[in-house]
Structures are given as C-alpha cells and as structure tokens.
Design a protein around this ligand. Sequence first.
Ligand code: BGC
Length: 415
Amino acid sequence: MSDFLWGVSTSAFQIEGAFDAGGRGPSVWDEFTPIRDDDNASVACDHYNRWREDVALMTQLGVNAYRFSIAWPRIQPSGKGPVNAEGLDFYDRLVDALVDVGIAPVVTLYHWDTPLELEAEGGWLNRDIADRFADYTALVANRLADRVKLWIPINEPAMVTLQGYAIGEHAPGKALLFDALPTAHHLNLAHGRAVEVLRSFNAQAVGTANNHTPAWPATPNDVAAAEAYSEIHNWLYADPVLSGRYPDAVADLLPIQDGDLQVIHQPLDFYGVNYYNPTRLKSPSEGNPLPFELVEIDEYPLTNFGWPVVPSGLSEIITTLRERHPNLPPVYVTESGCSFPHEVEDTERIAYLDGHLKAALEAGVDGYFVWSLLDNFEWESGYSQRFGLVHVDFETQRRTPRDSFHWYRKVISGE
Ligand code: BGC
C-alpha cells in the first residue's frame, strides 16, 4: 500500500474564481452561467487567492496526491497563441508548494472551461481544436513536466458531449442529440494528441479520467437499451483509447480520418475512473428519438442530488472494464464523492466514502481521489450541491473541515 495514492480532486472553474485576474480570458462557462444571476463562478471558492490556505488544508488532511485542473483560458486567453505568463506562474507556484509538502501534483489539462474564442469557431465540433489542445499541452508540459506525477488530458469527455452538446444542460448549451457525436471523436483525438505531446516532454505518467456508470437494464427486455446507453456513455471513450476501435453502432456516425485511431490508441500508464452511480435504462417509449430511456433507481439511499448510493457499482464497472479491455493499465479512482448539505456532521458522506473506498480497494485500484476537497461551484446546480470534505461559507470564504475530513485523515494515517 505504500505507493497508494490518497487524494482529493478539484477543478479550476469550480474553485478558482478570479475570472478576470491575471490575464485570464473568458471561457464557455463564464458565458453560460450569468444566466443564473449571482449564482455564477466569478468568485467561487476564491482559490486563486486562497490557494495557500487550501494547500495547508490538504497537508492537515494527509493526502499524498492532489488532482486539480489547469484553466486553459489562463494559459492562452483566446485558446491559441503565446502563453500568458501570469497564468502559468500561478500553477507553477501551486505545483512547487505541493511538492514542498510532499503532495504529488496530478494535473488535468481540460475540465470543461473551453476558451470562448475557440467555441466561436465550433468548439469541440471543430476538428482543429485537437491541434489547439496539443499546442496548449506543450506550453504547460514545458513548464511543469519535471514535477507533475500524473497527467490527465481531458476530464470526462462523455459529459462534454452528452451534457454540453447533446442535451445542452452544460456549456456551451447545445442540444444537438446525435449530431453531437463528432465532439466525442474530437475529444478522443485531442486526448491522443496530448498524450503524444506529454511523452515528448518525458511526462512521468499519463492516463485518463473517464466517467463510468454500470448500465442496468430495467427488465430482461431492456438489455439492448442498456447496451445502447453504455456505448455512448462508457465505450465511445474507453474503447478507442484502450483498444483502438469504436463500438460498431456509432463508428459510422463519427468523422474519423486515416490514422486517427492510432493517435487515440496509445499506451497509458494508468486509467482513471470517475464514478458516482449506476444508471437504469428501459426501451424508449413511442416518439422518443433515442434508443433508450432513463428509469429511476429507487431501492438505494439517495444523495442530496437524488443520486443512488451504490458502492458495488464501482467494483462492477472496474470488473466490466477489465473484462472488455484485458490490457487495462493500473486503475485510479480519480473522482468519488457525494452531495450532502450539512455544515459539519456529514455522517452520510462518511458512509458513502467508506463504502466506495472499500469497493475500490476490493477491486485492486492503485489510488482513490475524493471529489471534492471543497464545496464548490457545481456547474448547472450552482452552489446548491455541496461535495466538499471542507464546508465553504460562500459569503465569508470561511473553510470548515467536516467530520468526513477527519474521517478521511484517520483512514489515510491508519489511526
Ligand atoms: C465532474 C465534476 C462534478 C462532479 C459532481 C463530475 O462528473 O467531473 O466536475 O462536480 O461530477 O457532479
């Protein structure tokens, strides 16, 4: 267990705030969120100014790894062109501070905050974004590759395609249904291009952070519906990256060019799984253009978000991944957590994390990252859903470790 990574995860847009400081350019999420009046992320956890306090919290917690994301619009305000030195300096200082206290930096290069100017050119619908992403990766790797332990090019491409472009509940708010599929291929291509670039800078370890869900048929008659859902949520991303092929049902709908699959399919040092809950599916009702319909899972406890608490779903999806991809590299659970509102006494979160950590250990993973260190800006739900081991008072920015923080500290230290 000595090499086991005990971590916490965050993302830039959800915690940093300081949306116009240090030369940062606007992202798709800055444009998307003002719709919600004052429930936007212009301040969030003010981590851009309070990062030292947050590193101190992690030292107190005893984690040996911290997964955070770099805001592309801080590095290249318009998504292309020369580096914004102030942006890179910010992450350089953070990485140094982490290394100083023995916390391994785990960097996600893209956690959904596409520079707005790139979106104007089509965003992930435009194949060129993979080249832009490779350029951006090189700028970051050139500065940080000597100290970053793990690299994750893209967080949860499935959610970008599904929530951002297919149904539009996330930025950039497009509801294209199946016409969103090219974004999946471009996200995969950008992953592959970034892996090439990171290798050229001798990155220590490169992997993924894919969102996975076991897809459960509601009845034996709904197996095809569950498989159809699993293809677009799980396999559209895992299959090409791990085995160089797309699921048959979607392959013809993707703008694949010669050589793309070789770029996408490169050896990885680890495979990151973000897991929250399983999904239950049934065959579509009449008039539904999709090949499946979601059904509520109501026989398990629910989080404040209404998500079912099913720890065995985590071991189930890891087993399924290993069966489907026998070459699966070591697995890290790169996100696992739940939303509960209590300021300090969060017994439900402790139960959630305890169950999921046990399932992860039983599945033989090499690391576990709790989502999240802090309460933060929870995308379309604003500040209404709290995922932190640390409570944040968004009026005063006061941080208060919850009971789950102390619980995790004891688990890590073996007390
Ligand atoms: C995302 C996080 C998000 C969490 C909870 C994950 O899919 O990567 O950014 O906060 O889910 O919704």
